[in-house]
Design a binder for this molecule. Structure first.
Ligand code: LER
Ligand code: MN
Length: 275
């Protein structure tokens, strides 16, 4: 079953970021549940912040799950990354993510490593950066497995990372990281920039795909850009893929309309009547 999710951002520094709902968790849960989403995906400042939220109560009263928790605030607020040249900063980056893995696991949800992967640069060459990232993915994946969940690794487009930009590169990285609990997050916005064919890339990655950022070519809600979702949905059905299609889109023209547009497209593609 392909379930629907919608992003909620509680990070002040990401107020203009590609998240459907911003700042007000309760209002976001109310809107998500009214529209029929299965879950929310949370982008929060830290694990400690998540622990202080009334998250369990809000999810329970709205009948929602937690699809995943982002870790990008570590980069955005603290400029941490898993391939920092400074070993102490790398340890801090890993700890920041480990804490989010632990709290997300309490909700049976995975953490996402996207921007926290970092970039290679003058201090850290590409091979060294990739091996640092791979070692961290191995340790963090094992931690996720111990906590009863998986870890999501997200290839990003070339303007956001210079490490892995395609699902194929992501597959190679996670295959040699030393943990079997790491899966790929396939973000259709990044894939639209980097992949020759979105549906072929998904089919080739197969069971390595653990989560989808369900969004259009222009980072707006699915249906508001030029991605052809029909072959993507067919590929996911052919793969018998199970997971969340989570809307990581700008709140354009506003949060409510972006959420409505997403769920309409999700229903057309994955709703029961679409089978
Ligand atoms: C940012 O472009 C993005 O896709 C996030 O999910 C990465 O942290
Ligand atoms: Mn994404």
């Amino acid at each position: 079953m392909i379930r629907s999710a919608v992003t909620v951002c509680l990070v002040e520094q990401a107020r203009r970021g590609p998240f459907v709902f911003h700042q007000d968790l309760q209002a976001a849960c109310t809107a998500a549940t009214h529209l029929g989403f299965d879950a929310i995906e949370l982008f929060a400042p830290s694990a400690e912040h998540i622990r202080q939220l009334p998250l369990r109560r809000l999810l329970a009263t709205h009948g929602l799950g937690l699809a995943a928790a982002g870790t990008g605030a570590g980069m955005l607020i603290h400029q941490l990354s898993l391939c920092d040249a400074d070993p102490a900063r790398r340890r801090q980056a890993e700890q920041f993510i480990a804490d989010i893995i632990d709290v997300a696991a309490e909700f049976q949800a995975p953490a996402i490593i996207g921007s926290m992967q970092g970039r290679w640069n003058d201090q850290t060459d590409r091979t060294t950066a990739l091996s640092m990232l791979s070692e961290s993915l191995g340790r963090l994946g094992n931690r996720a497995a111990q906590a009863g969940t998986i870890l999501l690794y997200e290839p990003l487009n070339r303007y956001e990372t210079n490490l892995c930009t395609t699902l194929q590169q992501g597959c190679e990285l996670i295959a040699q990281c030393g943990s079997t609990a790491v899966r790929l997050l396939a973000d259709l916005f990044h894939m639209n920039i980097e992949e020759a064919s979105l549906h072929s890339a998904l089919l080739a990655a197969g069971s390595a795909v653990g989560h989808l950022h369900f969004v259009d070519s222009n980072r707006q809600a699915a249906g508001l850009g030029h991605i052809d979702f029909t072959p993507i949905a067919a590929a996911l059905k052919q793969m018998q893929w199970q997971g969340y299609a989570s809307a990581e889109a700008f709140p354009l023209p506003d949060s409510q309309i972006a959420a409505e547009q997403t769920i309409q497209t999700w229903r057309r593609l994955f709703g029961q009547s679409a089978d």
